[in-house]
Design a protein around this ligand. Structure first.
Ligand code: SF4
Length: 344
């Protein structure tokens, strides 16, 4: 089978400590979490320096050994009725067709579940599709992962076709990290698949995960230009991360750059308390102090919602508290329950 260019790039990504050391000519700590950095991204990291915000998101760091944090910090497992579905909110469900990502982010709570081989289609898909069929309250399917765009064009088109056949699904959403880490994935074939999907659902959106304006390379911007010409909604989601974007100026630059190129900033996530990622943690009070001035600086539509996940599967709630910056105590969940939290 001939492989697409992006598949070859993914295949040749740096995936071991020895490969990293040879490429960057620098030592790295030996850790048990998987590594995956496509070479074009590695080249960009090299240019920006091993201490740059780009580097720190993807290169292993000795602080990953710091104790504390949870393997499943947002309680996904409790809301997973079948292995590839997370159904936390009535009208929408996450479907995870793959465990593969274009890159492995050091702060990610799913990094314990990801595989660095190419298991591109998880085996329980039929079960997942049956679940969606049987739940008419679900209007939106969010393809997440892993990264759904790591499926081949053919598999992705087949999956979309299966979803089109479920009459109550009106909206389709993709969560992807590929725009800035493997932009080669956005081949003209993929654009054709997305364009077709856009015609078959009421709305199709792409939510790009990125955390720093420096991730937007000329290649990524060119893709955004093409996607904007199609009937797709383009959004972003970012994680607030210590040492990467924890300053108001950095966040402003990120969101205003996104707004400028036609991507609407959607979510700024407070970091989850993740095992192996404690060094990225930011205190909630700090996050609020950083976010507050953004409300003055950005147009309302370019200001993402700053949200946190209530541990144990409670779901998202607003992280910004207009009454006091240091509030930490009882939060209201979306179903009206009160939960005691302490995010210091
Ligand atoms: S691409 Fe997303 S799911 Fe994959 S490692 Fe990065 S943050 Fe985690």
């Amino acid at each position: 089978v001939s492989r697409a260019r992006w598949q070859v790039i993914y295949q040749n990504a740096l995936k071991s400590g020895a490969e990293l050391e040879a490429f960057f000519q620098a030592p790295f700590p030996k850790l048990s979490y998987p590594i995956c950095i496509p070479l074009p991204l590695a080249e960009r990291i090299k240019l920006r320096g091993l201490d740059s915000p780009l580097a720190r998101q993807f290169l292993p760091h000795k602080d990953e050994l710091l104790p504390g944090g949870l393997v499943d910090p947002i309680g996904d497992h409790q809301h997973s009725p079948t292995p590839q579905i997370v159904h936390r909110y009535g009208s929408r469900a996450l479907l995870m067709p793959t465990t593969v990502c274009p890159v492995i982010c050091r702060y990610c709570f799913r990094k314990n579940e990801l595989y660095s081989d190419d298991e591109l289609f998880k085996p329980k898909l039929e079960e997942a599709l049956n679940y969606l069929k049987g739940h008419e309250e679900i209007e939106e399917v969010i393809l997440s992962g892993g990264d759904p765009l790591m499926l081949s064009d053919k598999k992705l088109a087949q999956l979309i076709e299966r979803l089109v056949q479920i009459p109550h699904l009106r909206f389709l959403r993709f969560h992807t990290r590929a725009l800035t880490t493997l932009p080669e994935r956005f081949s003209s074939r993929l654009l054709t698949v997305l364009n077709r999907a856009a015609k078959r659902f009421d709305r199709v959106s792409l939510v790009f995960h990125l955390n720093h304006a420096s991730e937007l390379s000329p290649k990524s911007l060119k893709i955004v230009g093409k996607l904007r010409k199609m009937s797709l909604d383009l959004y972003s989601q970012s994680v607030l991360l210590h040492g990467i974007n924890d300053s108001t100026d950095t966040l402003y630059e990120l969101f205003s750059s996104l707004a400028q190129v036609g991507i609407t900033p959607y979510y700024l996530h407070h970091p989850d308390s993740t095992q192996g990622a404690r060094h990225f943690m930011v205190a909630l009070e700090t996050g609020r102090r950083l976010y507050a001035p953004l409300r003055e600086k950005l147009p309302g539509w370019a200001l993402p919602r700053y949200v946190l996940e209530i541990p144990d599967g409670g779901g998202k709630t607003d992280a910004f508290n207009p009454e006091s910056l240091n509030f930490s105590g009882t939060l209201l969940t979306r179903t009206g329950q009160t939960v005691k939290v302490n995010f210091k």
